[in-house]
Design a protein around this ligand. Structure first.
Ligand code: NAD
Length: 377
């Protein structure tokens, strides 16, 4: 089978769906790998490095003969026209609210898989793009904050006096938040964090940060069987806001990462709270693409809100593209391996495999995923 690595067409996308290592492994599996010229540019992987790893270099027309197309983002309608009917396309498909685009993928006869729908089970951990990318985004959020902060993060005792350690507060202690805590601690900040899931308490403490939360009965029941947060009641949100407001007024940097699956991001930081922060304070809203945790945050911008610089960069993992691509490529390779018959070196998709069931969006001209109307067909 032939695997095509596309150059991303979205100008915001710096990542690429292959690494030198993943090309080597695909080639070793007996797959014929074609990399679109320039695909690795944003991730500092030159074409020659892919060629040395065993790939052929091609242009966009190379996709026409590919059995598998690996991408970071969902292909555009124009790109789909260049794909072979029956081809497998694996990407971060962003399917929610994009039913039209899904219909176009189905109509083109493509078998599309959405990496972000991978179940979070042990077997699929190595394919978990949400975790691999959130981890890097959590790290980068602290780097971005420290860059804007214009003060030192650690306490520095010098002959000329002492610079105090920065106070960093992380809201939402999932994959991104925990990495943000660890990174801020490595830089010497005094770190605190909050979450609505009780399991987060111990994880925050084990990283040496202080845990702050309203720990009432609702908190004790806030974690779903899938390990995610529930949307909290109005009463809880009010109690949480009261607790957090006082704490935020004493912070230099606030990093928010809170998400609820299938819902808009919870609003956690109000303009009134920002107003209480010291001049020069920084806020990073990692949830900005999902509606934002911070009032006044703007996607793709650094907004000045009540004297606080609120960083709302899109695609934060893409700001650390070389590392993000390396991990994403490994996630993809691991999933692709489950779709290949290693003896025949060809695609052999098992429709009963739980990973396939969870991630397959379109097949045989139809949208097949139950979350997007597939079950009603
Ligand atoms: P996420 O991106 O959906 O949310 C980020 C964090 O925001 C979560 O910790 C969530 O509890 C928190 N949050 C939601 N509402 C909040 C509010 N109102 N106030 C404060 N915090 C709020 O979550 P995630 O980072 O993808 O991970 C969620 C959980 O799943 C974690 O426990 C993580 O360790 C676990 N996980 C398990 C696996 C696996 O087993 N393979 C893989 C990845 C993550």
């Amino acid at each position: 089978s032939t695997v095509f690595i596309a150059k991303e067409s979205d100008s915001d996308e710096t990542r690429v769906a292959a690494s030198v290592d993943s090309v080597k492994k695909m080639t070793a599996l007996g797959l014929n790998v074609v990399v679109q010229k320039g695909a690795g540019a944003g991730s500092k992987v030159p074409d020659e490095a892919f060629a040395e790893a065993g790939a052929k270099l091609g242009t966009a027309t190379g996709a026409k003969t590919a059995d598998v197309v690996l991408r970071v983002r969902r292909p555009t309608d124009a790109e789909i026209k260049g794909y072979k009917k029956g081809a497998v396309v694996i990407a971060i498909m962003d399917p929610y609210g994009n039913e039209k685009a899904l219909a176009a993928l189905a109509k083109a006869g493509l078998t599309c898989f959405a990496m972000e729908l991978m179940p979070r089970i042990t077997r699929a951990q190595v394919m978990d793009v949400l975790s691999s990318q959130a981890n890097l985004a959590g790290y980068q959020a602290v780097i971005d904050a420290s860059h804007e902060f214009e003060r030192a993060m650690p306490m520095m005792m010098t002959a000329a006096g002492t610079v105090p350690a920065a106070k960093v507060f992380v809201m939402g202690a999932g994959v991104a938040g925990l990495q943000a805590i660890a990174t801020a601690r490595r830089l010497g900040a005094v770190v605190s964090a909050t979450d609505v899931r009780p399991a987060a308490k111990e994880q925050v403490a084990s990283l040496g940060a202080k845990f702050i939360a309203v720990e009432d009965d609702e908190f004790k029941a806030a974690e779903t069987a899938g390990g995610y947060a529930k949307e909290m009641s109005k009463e809880y949100q009010a109690k949480q806001a009261e607790l957090v407001a006082d704490h935020i007024s004493k912070q230099d940097i606030v990093i928010t990462t809170a998400l609820i699956p299938g819902r808009p991001a919870p609003k956690l930081v109000s303009k009134a709270m920002l107003k209480t922060m010291k001049p020069g304070s920084i806020c990073v809203d990692l949830a900005v693409e999902r509606g934002g945790n911070v009032e006044g945050a703007k996607a793709g911008e650094i907004a000045d809100v009540e004297g606080v610089r609120v960083i709302g960069y899109n695609n934060v993992a893409g700001r650390i593209a070389a590392s993000a691509s390396q991990l994403y490529a490994k996630n993809l390779l691991s999933f692709l391996e489950t779709l290949i018959n290693k003896d025949e070196k060809t695609l052999a998709i098992d429709p009963e495999d739980e990973l396939v069931k969870a991630t397959m969006l379109t097949h045989d001209g139809k949208v097949v995923h139950p979350n997007f109307g597939g079950a009603d067909d």
